[in-house]
Design a protein around this ligand. Structure first.
Ligand SMILES: [Ca+2]
Ligand SMILES: [Ca+2]
Length: 475
């Protein structure tokens, strides 16, 4: 793989040594942008409407990628993919259960973007959620690659009573003392930014719990969104699920009581996001005050989407759009203000993107690729991305899916198939897999899926790039 480095800032000079597994060093005097990556937990695409400050400060002032794909739409696998740039079948982290043990024991933890950036001279800071199951290993563990470690030692639902490992020391926070997770996390982020010398590049990863269920807002936001309800699209409580796989067909239509519960969760989710919106404003404000804003790349994303009753599903992990696609927003050098880029990009692209921003080579082991505008060796655009959920048992049957710019094709291990024409049916109401006219298209999609299923490194990119010829499509 020959993704070349690129100097993002005018006046930046020199090149950087570093290949896969090799020690990577920053060039003295080179200007490396700082990076702030804010990751929400289970946030849906339509929940952006509840973030006016973030929209103004990051989306309007940055580039939006509406087709950002979560290659395994579940917390642990997705976060492992974000940190390593590798698909779940490469990291081996297929689900939340046991995720951290695998992350550590497989060597993934020793080869994260934090490790690369720290070796390249960055101060690296993690605040909030790390990898699912980390809390079971005790607060004395501070993973390699992190200069500042403020890790959530409880599940995301512990919004207002939780423990943090602060560089290996356990600190407890309680609601009775006025503590609220997002606020505490934001304070840590602000303190680290304020404490970082101007010439020191910073990589700060802020992993908030919002809007993960069961959402608990900060007390000051309890009364907001009192009329919130899940949008009643035709996908909500989908009337006809006879075209859907077994695990969906088995879900009964929602009762009014169930719908009221879902709407209450919607309300709580929007409320919890308000503290995140405020945190973004404070972080951007401090970066500006410190004179670092224009030399900082700020990314805002969710680890996975979430269904609130669409297709009768109230959870995540499925391949449907509400789960596997959320917007990615990036502000900073290299990312045009107000731009919208429609390319298929994915969570596995983030680690290589940050490597390029830092001026270091992307390790060969990485499956993803830098975002298009900072990729000096882009090649053909990605024609398809793999979405997969391989952990069993669970509510969702295991599947591999192919997402192209215009369709979603799913192969379940049960033998069931789904095919949606997203251009004509963005709500995924009509499964075309049973249509005899789709047979040749499905065989082309199935072959591409097979090529991606066990791919690694450059082979993933080659299989993603190969032009897809779909016979008799659209139907
Ligand atoms: Ca999540
Ligand atoms: Ca249907």
């Amino acid at each position: 793989m020959s993704i070349t480095r690129r100097q993002l800032l005018a006046g930046a000079a020199g090149s950087v040594a570093g290949l896969a597994g090799a020690k990577t060093e920053a060039v003295p005097g080179a200007t490396q942008p700082s990076i702030v990556m804010i990751v929400t937990d289970d946030m849906r695409a339509d929940e952006w409407e509840a973030l006016p400050r973030t929209r103004a400060l990051l989306a309007d002032a940055g580039t939006t990628f509406p087709n950002f794909i979560l290659t395994t739409p579940q917390c642990g696998p997705s976060r492992a993919s974000i940190l390593t740039g590798r698909y779940a079948h490469s990291t081996g982290i297929l689900g939340n259960g046991g995720a951290y043990r695998i992350f550590r024991d497989s060597g993934s933890e020793a080869n994260t973007v934090a490790v690369w950036l720290q070796q390249a001279g960055y101060r690296t800071a993690l605040i909030g959620k790390y990898i699912n199951g980390f809390q079971n290993f005790g607060h004395g563990v501070v993973p390699t690659g992190w200069t500042d470690w403020h890790s959530m030692m409880d599940v995301p639902t512990a919004y207002d009573h939780f423990n943090l490992s602060e560089n290996g020391t356990l600190t407890s926070f309680k609601k009775e003392d006025g503590a609220y997770g997002t606020d505490v996390f934001a304070e840590r982020a602000l303190a680290i930014i304020a404490d970082t010398e101007p010439q020191q590049p910073l990589f700060l990863m802020l992993n908030v719990s919002a809007p993960h269920g069961s959402p608990k807002p900060a007390p000051r936001h309890h009364k907001l969104f009192s009329n919130a309800a899940v949008p009643r699209t035709d996908a909500f409580n989908e009337a006809d699920v006879s075209d859907k796989p077994r695990y969906i067909r088995e879900v009964a239509p929602f009762t009014p009581e169930r719908i009221a519960e879902i709407d209450a969760e919607r309300r709580g989710r929007l409320q919890t996001l308000q503290a995140v919106d405020e945190a973004v404003e404070r972080i951007v404000g401090l970066l500006e005050q410190e004179g670092r804003l224009e030399s900082t790349v700020i990314l805002f994303l969710s680890d996975n989407g979430y269904l609130l009753g669409e297709h009768r599903w109230w959870a995540k992990s499925v391949a449907y759009e509400e789960s596997a696609r959320v917007p990615l927003v990036v502000r900073g050098p290299g990312f045009s203000a107000g731009a919208v880029r429609e390319e298929l990009v994915a969570n596995i692209d983030l680690a290589p993107t940050l490597a390029v921003i830092a001026g270091i080579d992307v390790p060969e082991i990485v499956d993803g690729r830098p975002l298009p505008m900072i990729n000096n060796d882009p090649g053909p655009p990605r024609q398809a991305a793999l979405i997969q959920y391989l952990k069993y048992p669970g509510g969702v049957d295991r599947y591999r899916a192919l997402r192209t710019p215009s369709l979603l094709y799913v192969e379940y291990f049960t033998g069931e198939r789904e095919l949606y024409d997203l251009a004509r049916d963005p709500l995924q109401l009509t499964n075309l897999a049973g249509n005899p006219a789709a047979r040749e298209t499905i065989s082309a999609l199935s072959a591409r899926l097979a090529a991606l299923a066990d791919c690694g490194g450059a082979a993933c990119r080659a299989a993603e790039n190969e032009p897809l010829r779909l016979p008799r499509w659209p139907l």
